[in-house]
Structure formats: structure tokens, C-alpha cells
Design a protein around this ligand. Structure first.
Ligand SMILES: *Cc1c(COP(=O)(O)O)cnc(C)c1O
Length: 381
């Protein structure tokens, strides 16, 4: 047989004891029949779990599937996407090191850099996508490049093979948040990026019922995280959440194709909708290695559209943060800006209050379009 497709790989049955799904091993610790077995496990001579803060079979089953999906050696689960981000960065960065971060990064990743890393003596600078692509010296002397492609809210895609090349020449570790594209539409490890992480709360979980994160990389990098920040910060993935994430992964390719079809319809029709200034929704092949368009996009309106009235006129789209679930959501940037300029990444990088982010769910695309276009029309002043 040739290499299985991602659909086939993710649908593989667990098949131990005839069960097609892994069991939820809801235990905090594991016991041993005798001293020799205990010492073997404690010293690492025998592999396997000791304590669920570090390893658990249900979590390991999710990690193994995730590593295969991203094309990495190994993966490590975390309690949230933010735990995956902080756990990864803190495993590789020391006081005095420099981080180069992409502009329009996820706002809490920005706050982590500003409010935690900077006071601990890590220097963080922010650069546009184009600077990462076109300035081969940008990463000279930089310990870690923190990337998103596309980045948050404005969804600018990045040429990852080129940036990975620049980084490699300077010995700079590259870390990317791949939550938007998922393993279905982009595999950064195969494009030369060192470490891939996800907020599994989004498309991987896919059902808006889990907050979790995961990191995929080489065995050495995952060992470094598992040996340091996973046990010492302690933000581990729980067995019950890991079970739900494995369930989410089974249908990830099917769901991503459905999200993409709806996003394609929106991108097509938004171009002709009065009041629309810009649509931020990168599609397949706008950069090397990006093979699809997810259901998360943003739309900038001119002053003729009243944003609060638009939000209140929607019935299928709900107001809320997060994204990647079955339900459609609208997130008006105006509300984020209203929460104050301090530590607000949208302020820092300049995003218009006339931008709304849409997470297109699994409802019928024509129903969603009718709801959205109707609300825009009645929100024009
Ligand atoms: C939501 C999100 C995160 C944070 O993930 P949590 O699971 O909420 O901690 C990180 N990156 C991106 C791009 C996100 O959208």
C-alpha cells in the first residue's frame, strides 16, 4: 500500500482488545508489582507511565496520532494552547536571549511575551511577515522565531520554507502556531520549521467542548519539553480531554473541507457586498505548502456599516471568542479595542475597529450567507 492519506491515517482504529477507541485511563498514578519493576520505571530502563502529570496512556494515544498527522517524531499535549506556547518557549529560552515574533500574533501570546518574558530578561521584538521573508539578517543573534502563518485577525500568510532557511543559517529555532491551517492544510515541519504547536481548543477538538494544546516536533525537542516545562509548570493534558481530542481528529479532514467550502463561498460573495473594504482569507497556494483555506477569516467594512448593529442583526452567527467549532461565530475587533489599549495587541499592531472576524461553522453555507448578508445590509447607515 502507498502512504495512507491523512483521512485514512486519522480514521485508523485503536484495535487493542477489539476496542476501536482508546480507553480513558482515569488515574493519577501507576503502581508496580515489585521493587525491581519500580526501579526500572523510575530510572527509565522500562518505558511507560509513572504519574499522569508527565504521561498517561490516553494522552499518549492522542499524542501519537497528532505526531503522525503533523509528520513529526513525537508530540506532547498541554492543558491549553497557551500552556503549549509558554511550555515550548520557556523550554528553549533563557534570560538574555532574543525572540523575534511575527506581528499580529495571538493576543495572549503577545501578552505572554510582554508581561512574563520581558520582565524575566528576554528581549522580544515584533516584525511584519515581509521582514521575516525578505530580510535574511533579521534572525541573526536571535534564539527563537515565534511565528503564525497566517497570523491572527488579519491572516497574513508567510513563506515558511524561506523563513526556515534564514533561521537555519543563524541557528535560530523556529516555532509556529498552526491552529488556523491545521495538519490538514499545512505541515510546517515538512517545510523546515522546527516546532509546531496548536490550540487544540479550535479545529482539532472541533466541537467547542475542550480547552487544550499540543506541540509536535523532533524527538529531541519533545524530550526537552517533556523533561522540563511539562512536569515543572504542570499544565498537562487530562485523559478525558485527550479522549475528546482523539475523537475530534478522526473527522478533522472532513470538517476542514466543509469549513473550506463555506469560506470559499463567502470570499466569492463578499467581494460584491456593498460596504466591504477588504477580506482577509488566504487560500490554497498563496504561499508554498498552504493547501487549503480554513473557516476563519476577517472582513473590514467602511464607515457605512454600523458594527454593533451588524452583530445584533445576526441570528446564525453568535458573538463570542474562540473559533474552530461546529457553530458560526462573529468576533468584532471593536469590542477588543474597547477593552483598553494597555497590553492590547490589536492596538499595538493597528487593526481597524471596522474589522469583524468570522468563524464559519458547519451550518449550510447558503443559510450562513443569507444571515450575514442580510445583517450587513440592514446595518448600513
Ligand atoms: C485560541 C488560540 C490560542 C490559545 O489557545 P487556548 O487553547 O485558548 O489556550 C493560541 N493561538 C491561536 C492562534 C488561537 O486562536
Amino acid at each position: 500500500m502507498t502512504d495512507p492519506t491523512l483521512d485514512t491515517l486519522l480514521a485508523a482504529a485503536w484495535a487493542e482488545d477489539g476496542s476501536v477507541t482508546p480507553p480513558i485511563v482515569q488515574t493519577s498514578l501507576f503502581t508496580f508489582p515489585n521493587y525491581a519493576a519500580f526501579e526500572d520505571r523510575m530510572t527509565g530502563r522500562s518505558g511507560g507511565p509513572i504519574y499522569t502529570r508527565v504521561t498517561n496512556p490516553t494522552v499518549a494515544a492522542f499524542e501519537a496520532l497528532m505526531a503522525q498527522a503533523e509528520g513529526g517524531d513525537a508530540a506532547v499535549g498541554f492543558a491549553s494552547g497557551m500552556a503549549a506556547i509558554s511550555g515550548t518557549v520557556l523550554a528553549f529560552v533563557r534570560p538574555g536571549d532574543r525572540i523575534a515574533c511575527v506581528e499580529h500574533v495571538y493576543p495572549d501570546a503577545y501578552r505572554f511575551c510582554e508581561r512574563m518574558l520581558r520582565p524575566f530578561g528576554v528581549e522580544v521584538s515584533y516584525h511584519p511577515v515581509k521582514a521575516f521573508e525578505h530580510d535574511p539578517e533579521l534572525l541573526a543573534g536571535v534564539r527563537l522565531a515565534y511565528l503564525e502563518s497566517p497570523n491572527s485577525v488579519v491572516f497574513q500568510p508567510m513563506n515558511l520554507p524561506r523563513v526556515a532557511d534564514h533561521a537555519r543559517r543563524h541557528g535560530c529555532l523556529t516555532v509556529i502556531d498552526n491552529s488556523w491551517a491545521t495538519s490538514v492544510f499545512q505541515n510546517p515541519l515538512r517545510l523546515g520549521i522546527d516546532v509546531v504547536l496548536h490550540s487544540a481548543s479550535k479545529y482539532i477538538g472541533g466541537h467547542s467542548d475542550v480547552v487544550a494544546g499540543v506541540v509536535v516536533s523532533s524527538q529531541a525537542h519533545i524530550d526537552a519539553i517533556r523533561g522540563l516545562t511539562l512536569p515543572l509548570l504542570g499544565a498537562k493534558l487530562a485523559p478525558a480531554e485527550a479522549f475528546l481530542l482523539t475523537r475530534g481528529l478522526r473527522t478533522l479532514p472532513v470538517r476542514m473541507r466543509a469549513h473550506q467550502a463555506t469560506a470559499d463561498l463567502f470570499v466569492d460573495r463578499l467581494a460584491g457586498l456593498p460596504g466591504v473594504v477588504r477580506v482577509n482569507a488566504p487560500g490554497p497556494n498563496v504561499v508554498p505548502g498552504l493547501t487549503g483555506r480554513s473557516g476563519l477569516l476577517s472582513v473590514e467594512f467602511d464607515g457605512s456599516v454600523d458594527i454593533p448593529r451588524l452583530c445584533d442583526g445576526l441570528s446564525l452567527f453568535h458573538l463570542g471568542v474562540s473559533w474552530g467549532g461546529f457553530e458560526s461565530l462573529v468576533m468584532p475587533v471593536r469590542a477588543a479595542l474597547a477593552s483598553g489599549p494597555e497590553h492590547n495587541a490589536a492596538h499595538r499592531f493597528g487593526v481597524s475597529a471596522q474589522v469583524v472576524r468570522l468563524s464559519l461553522g458547519l451550518e449550510t453555507a447558503d443559510d450562513l450567507w443569507a444571515d450575514f448578508a442580510g445583517a450587513v445590509t440592514s446595518a448600513r447607515v
